[in-house]
Design a protein around this ligand. Structure first.
Ligand code: S3P
Length: 429
């Protein structure tokens, strides 16, 4: 188990790019594999989660070459996947297991999906229920709710499904199965979750239509290989946005960040708390909006966060907790029960870590209340095997009164292998 010691910083300064968007990278590999012809992907995130997806498609007979710059996928069409000769291991990646499950539902072969100890404990019933309604046969532990999942592909029929949770993984699994289903497949969700699948499906030529509260896809239509350029991941940029905000005297430019409105909750929340963030040079890449983000340090104040802001910032709550810990007054987070079923229970994990840093936190069932303080204490924090908890506590360490230690940091490689190098590059000590 590897630990990292982090020293406080005097400022965060410079110009960086962050690695490619994780969600978009997964979808580019998946859709490229089931499209007809060649798909090229530039800016792919080369993290462990995306390699899990890539290896799964290689194991199903898809030729994928990677020269470290460009990924070249030889798509074989909707029905071109081969039965895998072994279990498909999705590692820590919820997006891999849930989206690939949707895709496998319509294949005419047998497959098994599994993952690491954390993934095997996360709920799968949320995708299994709608896929079963489409005609899928699935077996899993805990009555089908937990991986490993054994899948026998079937003829699928389109459904109209209303999801109880605003989850892009659930929505995307159903849409991918819908590509194989007879007729149309419709998904409604309580709040709009990230819409990268809808955008990329459209980019590949699928018949996708969005309407108030939902999206529908027509089955049976082949996709065509495309060129994809993946923007920087706003969820990775978030650590640097907060770092430069909370360390006085900072100014940082983050180039080429994806600013899809279903992902920019972090910007809206930080700006409402008083952050100084500017969006510059907006453009569009492969159907996704992109901008440079210029951030300068600012004194934050506590706010209330809930409702449809939650899915728009769902992966950013650990780092938002760090911002709240240094804000003036109380921050209240509600409607965020989903945080309890992420890579770890992120409410409990951040409450425990911030408590050690001397910040009073009250956990609620669907969120938390954080009373901000002027200073954090240097402490010994735990990652709980969750990359975003590890990175958040390293950022907290930049603004602490003394050195901090974060334990079990290997998990950072799932989404941001070069995180510590990049942090060292911009931290002035
Ligand atoms: C993701 C969707 C979100 C997010 C995850 C990536 C995706 O999960 O937390 O990191 O790529 O679709 P949920 O759909 O479970 O909210």
């Amino acid at each position: 188990m590897q630990s990292l010691t982090i020293q406080p910083a005097r400022a965060i300064r410079g110009e960086i790019t962050v690695p490619g968007d994780k969600s978009i990278s997964h979808r580019a590999i998946m859709l490229g594999s089931i499209a007809q012809g060649i798909t090229t992907v530039r800016g792919l995130l080369r993290g462990e989660d995306n390699f899990a997806t890539l290896n799964a498609f290689r194991a199903m007979g898809i030729g994928i070459e990677d020269d470290g710059e460009l990924l070249r996928i030889e798509g074989k069409g909707l029905h071109g996947l081969d039965e895998p000769g072994d279990v498909l291991d999705c590692g820590n990646s919820g997006t891999s297991i849930r989206l690939i499950a949707g895709l496998l539902a319509g294949q005419r072969f047998f497959s098994v999906l599994t993952g690491d100890q954390y993934l095997r404990n996360r709920p799968m019933g949320r995708v299994i229920e709608p896929l079963s309604l489409m005609g899928w046969s699935i077996f899993g532990r805990a009555g089908g709710d937990k991986a490993p999942l054994a899948i026998v592909g079937r003829e699928l029929k389109g459904i109209a499904y209303t999801s109880r949770v605003a989850s892009a993984q659930v929505k995307s699994a159903i849409l991918l199965a819908g590509l194989y289903a007879a007729g149309e497949t419709e998904v409604r969700e309580p709040h709009l979750s990230r819409d990268h699948s809808e955008r990329m499906l459209r980019h590949f030529g699928a018949a996708v239509e969005t309407f108030g509260g939902g999206v529908r896809v027509a089955g049976g239509r082949e996709l065509q290989g495309r060129e994809i350029i993946v923007p920087g991941d706003i969820s990775s940029a978030a650590f640097f946005l907060v770092a430069a905000t909370i360390v006085p005297g900072s100014e940082l430019l983050i180039r080429g960040v994806g600013v899809n409105p279903t992902r920019t909750g972090i910007l809206d929340i930080l700006i409402a708390m008083g952050a100084d963030i500017e969006l510059l040079d907006r453009c569009d890449l492969s159907g996704e909006p992109v901008a440079d983000l210029l951030v300068r340090s600012a004194r934050l104040k506590g706010i209330e966060i809930g409702g449809d802001l939650v899915p728009r910032a769902i992966d950013e709550f650990p780092i938002l907790c760090v911002a709240a810990a240094l804000a003036e007054g109380r921050t209240v987070i509600r409607d965020a029960r989903e945080l309890r079923v992420k890579e770890t229970d992120r409410i409990a994990a951040m409450a425990a870590n911030l408590g050690k840093a001397g910040v009073p936190v009250v956990e609620t069932e669907d969120g938390m209340e954080i009373d901000g303080s002027e200073h954090l204490k240097g402490c010994m924090a735990e990652s709980f095997g969750d990359h975003r908890i590890a990175m958040s506590m390293l950022v907290a360490g930049l603004a602490a009164a003394g050195p901090s230690v974060v334990r079990d940091v290997e998990c950072i490689a799932t989404s941001f292998p070069d995180f510590t190098e990049l942090l060292d590059k911009v931290a002035v000590r």
